[in-house]
Design a protein around this ligand. Structure first.
Ligand code: URP
Ligand code: ZN
Ligand code: ZN
Length: 480
């Protein structure tokens, strides 16, 4: 008689701490056993393959609402397809607030739209307007509903918070037991630099990088950390582009602060030179913070090995290159200030990091598993996700470690009409994606049903509790 619903047989299992040959027994969508000679009603042969934890992408923009109406071109259907094709089984996407409005209604709309998801999902709530109602009433409500992380932007006209508003969000998060993620770039410095570049006739996509050099990211990161220290509120710094910024995080951790750092595949593969392509082509590579140079890429791997940066997310923020809604929304000759920021990368994340990291000998397999699944799941309180261990959801990827692929946009199976990684050769590829014990993708074909993804409510957890170290022992967050 079969012991389990499903057995993944004979693969090299990669956990967050070791690699060994074993079968994995799955029952009721969960991992029940890891051992030898397990028997299942169904068996999947993983001989010669790695078995990885399903990818957890805690920073990606899917079907995000736009201020003028409508939503991102990457819908839940196309976005989940792309995730599964690339070996990702859980995501944390965003619910936005528009200035002058609340957060409850948009969040309900995000829940409605996510009903077609094929991956499991949660949301970060973006706060762009720290009104009394949002800070004192609505943030506690959404946290009680399981949306336990907030994102704040220290730049962008429509999104940025000044220092006072940022402090109010940190204090609200501390009171509610939520985590805060921060986009760190200095708004005023970018505005001033942009004005000067445009006035001097420097308008092409490559000047996007000139408008926001690394000290602009470093300064905002330093400030974001100092203010979080004032409130004693744990934070994660999003999309770290270079080591100078990572050094701010390392220094904070050295002082005992709860500060974490995330980076993304684009900062290991793209440079500012990509934006210096003929005509408008450079727009395809524009994201913020801007990609730096090849020396920065190598230095970021040091930060990964040191553990200063411990999550690699996609920051998938897809804008089509052609058409009138994406990169060319303000025309095919728009100046860099008027081109939407962001690059797509849901499906490319695991192949790029495996190829650049593991196949090139920069990181080992357990570190890879932690970066793309274990650490993000822990940091964001995604219970039962991010590990191959009994009791965890059976989210698994059967991975061919030697397969070579030259990336094209067809591999991405996304709504976005280009990939910034077109033509890049990668070693290692997801062959089968299993989500809660069901084969959701096989050989590039998605088999999951729309609507089979589940909302992941997040309760309180110790990792994001404040340290208790407050200046003068005074908890200002109880009052303001
Ligand atoms: O350029 C980027 N990163 N766009 C997406 C929005 C954000 O800042 O995360
Ligand atoms: Zn950001
Ligand atoms: Zn983002």
């Amino acid at each position: 008689m079969s012991e389990y619903d499903l057995v993944v047989r004979g693969g090299q299992v990669v956990t967050n701490s070791e690699v060994f040959n074993a079968d994995i027994g799955v029952s009721g969508g969960k991992i029940s056993a890891i051992g030898l000679n397990l028997t299942g009603t169904r068996t999947i042969d993983a001989q010669g393959m790695l078995v990885l934890p399903g990818g957890v992408d805690t920073h990606c923009h899917i079907e995000q609402l736009q201020e003028g109406g409508g939503a991102d071109e990457e819908s839940w259907t196309t976005g989940s397809t792309s995730c599964l094709v690339g070996g990702t089984t859980s995501v944390v996407t965003f619910s936005t607030q528009f200035k002058g409005k609340g957060i409850l209604e948009p969040l309900a709309e995000y829940h409605r739209r996510a009903k077609s998801a094929m991956v499991d999902y949660s949301f970060h709530q973006i706060i762009t307007d720290a009104s009394d109602a949002v800070i004192w009433e609505q943030i506690p409500q959404i946290v009680a509903q399981g949306v336990r992380s907030l994102k704040v932007f220290l730049t962008y006209d429509a999104l940025s918070l000044d220092d006072r508003a940022y402090l109010r969000v940190l204090a609200a998060a501390r009171r509610a037991g939520a985590f805060v993620t921060v986009h760190c770039e200095n708004y005023e410095a970018i505005g001033w630099m942009t004005e000067a570049l445009l006035a001097s006739g420097r308008t092409a996509p490559k000047y996007h990088a000139w408008s926001r050099p690394r000290m602009i990211e470093r300064e905002a990161t330093h400030r974001a950390i100092a203010l979080a220290e004032l409130v004693d509120q744990p934070i994660q710094i999003f999309h770290v582009s270079c080591s100078e910024v990572a050094a701010e995080i390392a220094a904070a951790r050295h002082r005992g602060l709860k500060v974490w750092g995330e980076t993304c595949p684009q900062y290991f593969t793209l440079t500012a030179d990509h934006m210096d392509r003929p005509g408008f082509e450079g727009a395809k590579f524009m994201c913020s913070p801007a990609p730096r140079d090849t020396a920065s890429q190598e230095a970021l791997w040091d930060d990964i090995r040191r553990g200063t940066l411990d999550v690699i997310s996609s920051d998938h923020s897809g804008w089509c290159y052609d058409g009138t809604r994406g990169k060319k929304v303000n025309g095919a000759d728009a100046n860099f200030r008027d081109i939407p920021n962001g690059v797509p990368g849901l499906a490319a994340r695991l192949p790029i990091i495996f190829s650049e990291g593991v196949a090139k000998g920069r990181i080992d397999l357990p570190l890879f598993a932690r970066l793309i699944a274990g650490n993000p799941a822990k940091l964001f309180g995604l219970e039962g996700k991010g590990a191959i261990a009994p009791g965890y959801d059976a989210d698994l990827v059967i991975w061919d470690p030697t397969r070579k692929t030259t990336l094209t946009n067809a591999h991405m199976q996304q709504a976005i009409d280009y990939t910034p990684y077109e033509g890049q050769e990668v070693t290692g590829w997801p062959v089968t994606t299993i989500r809660r014990g069901e084969v959701a993708m096989q050989d590039g074909k998605v088999q999951a049903e729309p609507g089979s993804g589940r909302f992941l409510p997040r309760g309180p957890y110790d990792l994001i509790k404040p340290t208790g170290n407050l200046p003068n022992g005074f908890d200002a967050s109880a009052f303001a």
